[in-house]
Ligand binder design. Structure first.
Ligand SMILES: [Zn+2]
Length: 107
């Protein structure tokens, strides 16, 4: 079972207490975007076999959104942080690079 610690209230919750929100750090298509760019924004997801950044909501707790960094195969959780950020915190990136030296980055 996936267990994530909410960065807002500090509670470690099982996934049944959380609501998934999909891939994090999506770049929204602007008003000048082409149809292909808008389609990519709406439907194309990376879905890598490795490190993923996902949005989660602590639905049965404080109700706030956060982002979790975890490995999609081993389910190792590297950390969580509030969703109101545009990129992962530097210390989390270092933690992931220490665990997986071959990791290519979050973008
Ligand atoms: Zn919470």
């Amino acid at each position: 079972m996936l267990r994530l610690t909410c960065p807002h209230c500090g509670v470690t919750a099982e996934e049944t207490e959380l609501t998934p929100g999909g891939e994090a750090h999506l770049r929204r298509a602007g008003p000048d975007a082409t149809d292909a760019e808008f389609e990519s924004y709406l439907f194309a997801r990376k879905n890598p076999k490795g490190v993923v950044f996902e949005r989660w909501r602590h639905a049965h707790g404080c109700g706030k959104w956060f982002i979790a960094a975890r490995h999609s195969v081993s389910w190792q959780v590297f950390g969580t942080y509030p969703a109101q950020t545009t990129e992962p915190p530097a210390d989390l990136i270092e933690t992931i690079r220490a665990a997986i030296p071959t990791w290519e980055g979050w973008q």
